[in-house]
Design a protein around this ligand. Structure first.
Ligand SMILES: C[S@@+](CC[C@H](N)C(=O)[O-])C[C@H]1O[C@@H](n2cnc3c(N)ncnc32)[C@H](O)[C@@H]1O
Length: 325
């Protein structure tokens, strides 16, 4: 997506409209116009300009996200208009993602702290953890060891800890900055005793353990794609997006290391974005099983320990390169 470049004069005019007294609804309309005229990218926190702009406005003026539609007829005070203008300028002119402006992201009805140090959570595991994962385990109630590799904000590690209340969760990330954010979320969700943070390149520096579940939403964009992403997505840490030349660098390393870290009935689940075809080709011997999600995006695969072990006995012909990082 390419942003239209506005001349300063034109942009000034657009924001001048916002100076007049107006209702929240009128501001929303104007904000949507700005989103459209500046070609803002969506998909990090909402999929329509209406939803994202409304979210930003409610948050900025301190109104509940489930406010009734009548809230749109509310007149804004001078102070509220000033705050909204500042936020909109940052969103529209600086292309700062909405979640970095509000310092929060939602997975379902749970709020996570986020900032520029982490990817904004938007994973299919929100649906898969509660609805599909148990079917792959002999006794989900007895799950005691889980790993979230490439944890970022720690959001998926939190979901795993909630889903498996008896489990210890190892949350792993290479980025010290990301782990600082994960620590905030771990504390906010009161999981200090069960969620352990590890700074490591995949499992390199994680103490040896045998897991029931290893889950990962790793960086999987091919490096060249990262440079072409819309500005908002390029604001996210490059380390969170870039999966090496073909996007598979971290996934290769993860699968290799997972072979020795699973219990006999254990499973690995990996979210791979648009790499399904590449995965099926490279890991044909693993006979990957792709999970269906509500919108049909089969971009999460599951592999059980038995299959991974067999694969170990006959590794793929393709030589495995060193991890990208
Ligand atoms: C796509 S983000 C996922 C974050 C989080 N799990 C989520 O779903 O929102 C990928 C994360 O992997 C981390 N990462 C990148 N390379 C890594 C590596 N070699 N080992 C461990 N973590 C890595 C990044 O720092 C980033 O936080």
């Amino acid at each position: 997506m390419t942003a239209k470049v506005k001349s300063p004069g034109k942009t000034g005019e657009l924001f001048a409209d916002l100076k007049r007294p107006a209702t929240l609804g009128a501001w929303l309309k104007q904000a949507m116009k700005l989103y459209q005229q500046h070609g803002l990218a969506l998909g990090q926190i909402a999929t329509t300009a209406h939803d994202e702009a409304l979210y930003l406005m409610l948050r900025t003026v301190g109104l509940p996200l489930d406010s009734e539609a009548g809230v749109l007829t509310r007149q804004l005070t001078v102070g509220e208009r000033a705050k909204l203008e500042t936020v909109l300028r940052r969103r529209v002119l600086d292309r700062t993602p909405a979640a970095y402006l509000t310092r929060e992201a939602w997975l379902g009805d749970q709020k996570f702290y986020v900032d520029e140090r982490v990817l904004i959570p938007r994973s299919y595991f929100l649906e898969i953890i509660p609805e599909q994962i148990d079917a792959w385990l002999p006794d989900p109630a007895k799950v005691t060891q889980v790993a979230d590799v490439c944890t970022g904000s720690g959001c998926l590690a939190v979901l795993l800890a909630q889903h498996f209340p008896r489990a210890r969760v190892d949350a792993v990330d290479l980025s010290a900055d990301a782990l600082e954010v994960a620590k905030i979320n771990r504390n906010n969700f009161r999981l200090t005793r069960r969620m352990l943070l590890h700074r490591s390149d995949v499992f390199d520096r994680v103490p040896v353990a045998q897991y029931d579940v290893i889950l990962s939403n790793p960086p999987y964009e091919p490096s060249a794609h990262c440079d072409a992403l819309p500005a908002e997505f390029q604001r996210e840490p490059r380390l969170a997006l870039d999966g090496g030349a073909d996007g598979l660098a971290i996934i290769r390393k993860l699968l290799r290391q997972a072979r020795t870290r699973l219990k006999p009935h254990g499973i690995v689940l990996i979210e791979v974005g648009g790499l399904r075809t590449a995965m099926d080709r490279e890991f044909a011997a693993l006979d990957l099983h792709w999970l269906q999600t509500v919108d049909g995006s089969d971009c999460v695969c599951v592999i059980n320990a038995a299959r991974l072990k067999k694969w170990h006995a006959s590794p793929p012909v393709r030589s495995v390169g060193k991890s990208h990082y």
